[in-house]
Design a binder for this molecule. Sequence first.
Ligand code: ZN
Length: 142
Amino acid sequence: MVQTENIEKVYLFEKDRVNSFKKWPYSGSSPCNIQKMAEAGFYWQGDDKEDEDTSVCFVCGKVLDGWEESDDPWEEHKKHAPQCLFVKYGRPEAEMTCEEMLNLLEVILKGRIQSSYTALKDCLKAHIEKKRKEMTKQLSKN
Ligand SMILES: [Zn+2]
C-alpha cells in the first residue's frame, strides 16, 4: 500500500507545498504569492506569531524569511541557494520530466537519511561518553 501521507510530507508536489501555507502576507496579484512560492520550491514553516513567513525549499532545505511583496521567489532561491538541484533545473513542476522529479526525490531522501544518521551518531556518542565517565568514576573509587 502506498503511504500518501508520507509523500505529502516530502513536499515533492507543488500542490502539497501550496497546501502547507496556512497564512501568508501577500495575496493573489503579488509577485510573491503562495502559488509563486510553491512553484519556486518553497513550503511554509511559519507559525501564528512573528515568524509567519518562514519558508523552506523542499530540495535543499534552505530556510528564508523576511519576504517582501515585490520579491520573485525564483530569484531569491537562486540568490540564496545556487547549488540547489531545483534551482539548477529552474522550471516549475509542470515542465519537468519524470526522471527529473525522481532525481529531486533522491536528493531529498539522501538528505533525510544523512540527518537521521547524524542525529543517531550524536546520540550514540553522548551515550558512550556518559558510560565512559561512569566507568572512570567507578575505577577511581577502587
Ligand atoms: Zn532549494
